[in-house]
Design a binder for this molecule. Structure first.
Ligand code: PMT
Length: 437
């Protein structure tokens, strides 16, 4: 019993150094039972030969739109009709641009246009290219048209830079495809993950290791998630403000993990020095009231609201128009309460699944559960802050205790915030599914 049995997959390979991984991906898909036909762009052929893919798949590799012999064997329309799914890995910036704009200037883009098959894209490019607004807009356009994006992954790139842009490992792509097609993994997935390739010279032993993503079997595909992150800033006068130590790292890590799990993410953030994760729609705000407005504007389309921001509970009652002079020996600032953004969303009649955060220095469970009940949340994630050697605020690491009704509890062990974020999303996904039954 193979997870991709009888699935007809066109594997598109565009130009990029990551195309060497596509040979392993082809084998992984075949190992999982899929029938694979490969289309390579001219760019891809500069990195890897069609012969390699032909040997691995046992089928002729398609490269030219205007090749009469190839067209006579299996024409591009026939190939487009044959495919149940088209998976393009790597998908270069150029390929995304051509697809997003409906080009049909080579075999791969033409088959995509002519096919009713579902489209899956595993982008791979330099991190600055991936961040470029033009690339982000193209990727977003394709998502809006129903394509599914796998990755990109973060880490060291072939160009020597570090960031988001690497193609996901073949095993992770195969597992995400299996998830998206709604196939129950069964026991054979573990078998596939550990099964060595018999022949490929390009494969390293690391390629057989399941990546972090490969262990996630839940999906947020198609869900809209609104996340708040970072601190809010409450002005005193034109040069001074009150704020807090939140760096935004936890909220940004959740946004990034949610994109990887297939969600559409709106990230509303106070002032932070962080790069926007790819495909995330970011809205910058300063004060709690700005954040409240941005949340209310975006909440109607949200399935899930995750309130990670450290929102100032109070603001200055009267903001001085001019810089306050230090004429008196002391001064008193009159503060007034800010709106509780999370509680206001949770009180809506048509509300999304609401997840709060709590940063507590003591009695963590008691205070966190108190907020869960008082704000009428579906779930709360508590971090124990203020402990020696465990800063949480500004740190790359965290651990969480997640609470929900009826004594529900899950401990997320200390790890990098991006791993903690992925685990938290798995719990949210599970609880959301339960709440809908
Ligand atoms: O940004 P980092 O440096 O990575 O740090 C992450 C974090 C510690 C800030 C984060 O993990 C966290 O715990 N955020 C919540 C901080 C907090 O203590 O919140 P709170 O107890 O004041 O509020 C409880 C919940 O209500 C939170 O979800 C908060 O976003 C929300 N809230 C609070 C006040 C308010 N006026 N509006 C709100 O929406």
């Amino acid at each position: 019993m193979f997870s991709l049995k009888d699935k007809k997959i066109v594997l598109g390979i565009s130009g990029g150094i990551a195309s060497y991984k596509s040979a392993i991906l082809a084998r992984r898909l075949i190992d999982a039972g899929a029938e694979v036909r490969v289309i390579m762009t001219s760019g891809a052929q500069a990195f890897i030969t069609p012969l390699t893919l032909q040997a691995l798949t046992g089928n002729p590799v398609h490269t030219d739109l205007l090749d009469t012999a190839a067209e006579a064997a299996m024409g591009h329309i026939e190939l487009a009709r044959w495919a149940d799914h088209i998976l393009i890995a790597p998908a270069s910036a150029n390929l995304l641009a051509r697809l997003a704009n409906g080009f049909a200037d080579d075999l791969l883009t033409t088959v995509c246009l002519a096919s009713e098959a579902s489209l899956f894209l595993a982008p791979a490019m330099n991190r600055v290219m991936w961040q470029n607004l033009a690339v982000q807009n193209n990727a977003r356009k394709l998502l809006e048209r129903g394509a599914t994006m796998f990755g990109p992954d973060e880490g060291v790139q072939a160009c020597g830079e570090t960031g988001a842009g690497r193609m996901l490992e073949p095993e992770a792509i195969r597992d995400m495809l299996i998830d998206k097609l709604g196939i129950e993994p069964g026991d054979n997935r573990q078998t596939i993950l550990t099964k060595p390739l018999s022949t490929s010279a390009t494969e390293s032993s690391a390629a057989n290791q399941p990546s972090a993503y490969a262990t996630h079997h839940r999906s947020l595909h198609g869900l809209n998630i609104v996340i708040t992150a970072g601190p809010t800033v409450e002005p005193i006068d034109p040069v001074r403000f009150i704020s807090n130590r939140s760096s935004g790292k936890m909220g940004f890590a959740i946004a990034s993990a949610a994109i990887k799990q297939g969600a559409s993410v709106t990230l509303i953030t106070g002032p932070v020095a962080l790069q926007t994760p790819g495909l995330v729609k970011r809205i910058d705000v300063e004060s709690a009231r700005d954040m409240h407005k941005a949340v209310l504007d975006n909440i109607p389309k949200a399935d899930i609201f995750i309130s990670v921001a450290a929102v100032a509970d109070y603001r200055i009652d009267q903001i001085a128009e001019e810089k306050i002079k230090k004429s008196d020996p002391g001064m008193t600032l009159q503060l007034v309460r800010n709106p509780d953004i999370l509680a206001s969303v949770a009180a809506m009649p048509e509300r999304p699944f609401c997840v709060g955060f709590a940063a507590e220095t003591q009695s963590v469970e008691e205070y966190a559960r108190g907020k869960l009940d008082k704000k009428k949340l579906d779930m709360i994630a508590a971090n124990h802050v203020g402990q020696a050697g465990d800063p949480v605020f500004g740190s790359d690491n965290n651990s969480l205790d997640v609470y929900w009704a009826n004594e529900g509890h899950h401990h997320i062990a200390p790890a990098q915030k991006k791993q903690v974020a992925a685990e938290l999303l798995d719990i949210i996904s599970e609880r959301l599914t339960e709440s809908r039954h």
